[in-house]
Design a protein around this ligand. Structure first.
Ligand SMILES: [Zn+2]
Length: 333
């Protein structure tokens, strides 16, 4: 396989990064500087048999490792949209890829014996990607929060990725905001995710649009409420729709409670917001900041923190996986 040598100067080592998601598995060869010298992808699907998806992932890795690139690959980093044991690489009930429950790409590729293989949850590794290549460069302790279909997160403390004893650290979406709140899919009540994820915002909007004739929400989708998304809610709120503004006030309040907990638990100097909903962070930010200023401990407020939006876009999982390869090869995490 050919790849652009201008981006991978001479024979310097390169990381093979894999980002396994519910729609696509993506691969990239990434330089130490974070430049992507080659990329490829293959579809994944929740209905596809596990062995079919495993075959596609393996074919993609084979393609990436073919030819001259194989000699330069320092390791394989695999980010997966699943709870995963970093030691064994075994995925536990991937929510959008249930047929991969119990599969370990780490085992499959470690058994070939040629490259070190590192596996981690995609949001957890994204924190390391932001710390190494993104908006979190230069920070000491960083918390990454992805506000998307669900809410996930990752933590880098003093330069080290916090994985937890079994790889489950950083489940920020399942912090309790209100113990008597709505039932979350995780089995607990009142999780941040059940108030502030894109899914939760869209569901709340559908419910409001059915009863609130004073809102433009229903007309935005020609009455087909199943098409309402969180993006519609932000658009309506920006146009002055009071029902949407009130809904987003509640979302901001929930995010404020969640971020106060994050500040108190980790004392980060940087919080990076990612995921689709974060594209509207400019709308949420003033209310969240106001909550933080009113509720975070005085010294945490005075010593300061910054909240920034991710700069890595769709490559965040790949760059996080690559950062993990470099971190392991240099012995830091
Ligand atoms: Zn939950």
């Amino acid at each position: 396989m050919q790849f652009d040598r201008e981006d991978s100067s001479d024979d310097s080592p390169i990381a093979l990064a894999i980002d396994l998601g519910g729609t696509w598995v993506r691969a990239a060869l990434v330089t130490r500087a974070g430049l992507i010298a080659w990329r490829g992808r293959a579809p994944t699907g929740s209905q596809d048999p596990g062995d079919v998806i495993v075959g596609r992932v393996n074919d993609l890795i084979d393609e990436a490792l073919s030819g001259e690139a194989a000699e330069q690959v320092a390791g394989i980093g695999i980010a997966v949209a699943s709870p995963v044991d970093p030691k064994t690489g075994i995925m536990y009930a991937p929510p959008n890829l249930m047929n991969l429950d119990g599969v370990s790409f780490k085992k499959i590729w470690s058994d070939k014996g040629r490259w070190p293989v590192i596996t981690g949850n995609d949001a957890t590794l994204a924190a390391l990607g932001e710390y190494t290549y993104g908006a979190g460069m230069g920070s000491k302790t960083l918390v990454y929060i992805t506000q998307s279909t669900g809410i996930g997160g990752g933590i880098v403390a003093d330069g080290r990725l916090v994985e937890g004893a079994y790889g489950m650290a950083g489940e920020i979406g399942h912090m309790c905001i209100d113990a008597s709140g709505p039932l979350c899919k995780c089995g607990h009540r009142g999780c941040l995710e059940s108030y502030a994820s894109g899914t939760a915002i869209a569901e709340a909007a559908r419910s409001l649009a059915q009863t609130r004739n004073d809102s433009v929400l229903a007309s935005m989708v020609d009455g087909d409420l199943g098409n309402l998304t969180s993006e519609h809610v932000f658009q309506a709120a920006r146009r002055g729709d009071q029902v949407s503004r009130d809904l987003l006030d509640r979302v901001s309040q929930a995010m404020g409670v969640g971020l106060v907990n994050v500040l108190h638990l980790f004392n980060p100097d940087t919080i990076v917001m990612g995921g689709g909903v974060s594209q509207n962070w400019d709308y949420l930010r003033p209310m969240v900041e106001e909550y933080l200023q009113g509720n975070a401990m005085e010294h945490i407020r005075k010593l300061g923190y910054r909240i920034v939006v991710t700069s890595l876009g769709d490559d965040i999982g790949l760059l996080g996986a690559a950062a993990m390869v470099w971190a392991h090869s240099e012995g830091s995490p």
